[in-house]
Design a protein around this ligand. Structure first.
Ligand code: FPP
Length: 261
């Protein structure tokens, strides 16, 4: 009996310590990393009787706006889903348009992004992209590598499953033995190695899907969905998402004990 009591009292103590640590994590847990599924460009264009590419162009303007607002809010980094490994299945004209837009945006915006202290990273399969794009991406990553105001991780030709396949292939190629495979090791083989997991994934345009985005990294991310189409997403929408984040209690699979328990 005494043993059972001591088990329960030690469990209670553990819970209290856990819940205190959850509360303190929450307090000292500013948003470091926001990830965006930038959905709704096509619908935005269709509503205006414009070609879909006009929606993607408006999407780039929204992205410029959000990088600025997020930097003002002291967010450490953003990851944005600009082209998925599944997007190759779209009509050829749209794929080519998105490729051109990516390349043109790097060319037109790189200097300003650099001046503004933005550090660019690319997440995804670079080798499947055209040599011009590969070079532009490498140059922009290199040019901005010492910038510290905000990070912008552009997920272009990115897929969460493809990322895991790439990681597993490399782990095997490196001759790792089964007993060395840990969560930390797998993380260190992902495109996001050395980056914090996203605190929140924001999806625009009202869909409630993960769509193969940061599958491993978002295991404990908060999700936020808004009906706002990506080209319309602005400061107010970002602040609303941040507000929602701050009201949540992140438990990372543990339990929180209320003060009355
Ligand atoms: C999803 O909307 C959006 C995309 C597949 C592309 C997102 C690209 C941008 C915001 C611009 C390109 C980014 C860079 C960095 C140059 P959708 O087309 O699926 O919209 P819909 O669901 O309304 O059709």
């Amino acid at each position: 009996m005494a043993r059972i009591q001591s088990f329960f009292s030690s469990t209670k103590k553990k819970e209290e310590t856990q819940s205190q640590s959850i509360a303190s994590e929450q307090q000292k847990c500013p948003v470091r990393h926001l990830a965006f599924i930038m959905d709704g460009n096509g619908r935005w264009a269709t509503k205006r009787h414009l070609p879909r590419l006009a929606g993607h162009k408006a999407g780039v303007s929204a992205l410029r706006r959000i990088v600025e607002c997020a930097a003002d809010e002291n967010i450490e980094m953003l990851s944005v889903y600009a082209f998925s490994t599944e997007n190759w299945g779209r009509p050829r004209s749209e794929v080519e348009g998105l490729m051109r837009l990516f390349w043109e945006t790097i060319r037109s915006d790189l200097e300003k992004l650099h001046r503004d202290g933005v550090r660019l990273r690319h997440l995804g399969r670079l080798h499947d992209l055209s040599p011009d794009i590969q070079q532009a991406v490498k140059d922009s990553v290199e040019l901005t590598r010492n910038n510290t105001r905000i990070g912008l991780n552009v997920c272009f030709n990115y897929g969460g499953r493809a990322e895991l396949v790439d990681a597993i292939q490399q782990i095997i190629a490196d001759g790792r033995s089964p007993d060395t495979i840990t969560e930390e090791l797998i993380s260190s083989y992902l495109y996001t190695r050395d980056l914090p997991d996203p605190d929140m994934v924001i999806r625009t345009a009202g869909e409630m899907r993960v769509s193969n985005f940061l599958l491993w990294q978002s295991a404990y991310s908060e999700y936020y969905a808004t009906p706002t189409l990506w080209p319309d997403f602005g400061r107010e929408d970002l602040l609303a998402a941040l507000d929602s984040y701050r009201q949540r209690q992140r438990r990372f699979g543990r339990v929180a004990v209320s003060p009355t328990q």
